[in-house]
Design a protein around this ligand. Structure first.
Ligand code: ADP
Ligand code: ZN
Length: 249
């Protein structure tokens, strides 16, 4: 049983195997990202569905980096760059930043040496033109989208989750069950609410998701990419098991 690691090329990379029902992620035999050494995973799902948390774990399990456009844009806003100044108003309202901006970030991320062996794309694709743009970038690099994971969860659960969410203003770790102003358990920074986690922006993000991002799911299906729905309701560990199972063969 592959409980340690599979060597792919010159790197040791974890393997993922199916977990039986009720298996805890810690004791679970590991998973296989596939024979393809250049796994590109697209995470789709509404705001608050847990893509970030699960993407982080999956990145560690597969040994490839996670790219989150939301993180890239927030860092740009914090640093006051041109990109940040262009994106901020859209983000604060809960709207999507223009496709051209995202395509630039996408191209940049995928041509870095760090993503040469694959990447988990978290929230990177939110419109059909972005899916087409990603495909063009990957075509150019001689790569393909390996799998699309769709996190499925009802709007009212999301609204509740997001209303309980705070984030460290220093290390950006998200938390639930803490209050704004509390110190970050990880780094001592201050916990704040993201501007786009205010109720009005959350409602707008959900509207945008259903109108602009949901069609991306159909787009991938009609383009022959494997699309797996993940039930995103449950504990972090329960969802994690479902995510890993999507990679088992
Ligand atoms: P969430 O997925 O929870 O809405 P993110 O942190 O992933 O939050 O993204 C925050 C914001 O960044 C989005 O609401 C949007 O304004 C902007 N953004 C991130 N990725 C994209 C994208 N692919 N296309 C357009 N806008 C994006
Ligand atoms: Zn912190």
């Amino acid at each position: 049983m592959a409980d340690a690691a599979t060597t792919v090329g010159s790197v040791v990379r974890p393997t993922i195997a199916a977990a039986g029902p009720g298996t805890s992620p810690a004791s679970q035999p590991t998973l296989v990202s596939g024979d393809d050494d250049r796994t590109v995973v697209v995470l789709l799902g509404p705001p608050g569905a847990g893509k970030g948390t699960q993407g982080e774990h999956l990145a560690a399990a597969l040994g490839i980096p996670k790219v989150a456009t939301g993180d890239v844009l927030r860092a740009a806003v914090r640093d006051g760059t041109t990109l940040g100044r262009e994106a901020q108003a859209y983000m604060d309202r809960g709207d999507l930043v223009p496709d051209a901006v995202i395509l630039g970030i996408m191209k940049d991320a995928l041509t870095q040496p760090s993503t040469a062996r694959g990447a988990i794309l978290d929230g990177v694709v939110r419109t059909v033109p972005q899916a087409e743009g990603l495909q063009a970038v990957l075509d150019h690099l001689g790569r393909v989208t390996t799998i699309v994971l769709v996190f499925v969860i009802e709007d009212d659960v999301l609204v509740r989750r997001i209303s309980e969410r705070t984030v460290c203003d220093s290390c950006q770790t998200p938390y639930t069950g803490h209050h704004t102003g509390d110190p970050c358990p990880k780094c001592g920074g201050r916990l704040v609410r993201r501007t786009d986690d205010e109720p009005q922006a959350v409602r707008q993000r959900l509207v945008v998701y259903h109108a602009q991002t949901a069609p991306v799911i159909t787009w991938y299906k009609t383009h022959g990419v494997r699309v797996v729905s993940i039930d995103a309701i449950g504990t972090r560990d329960e969802v994690q098991v479902r995510v890993l199972r999507a990679f088992s063969r």
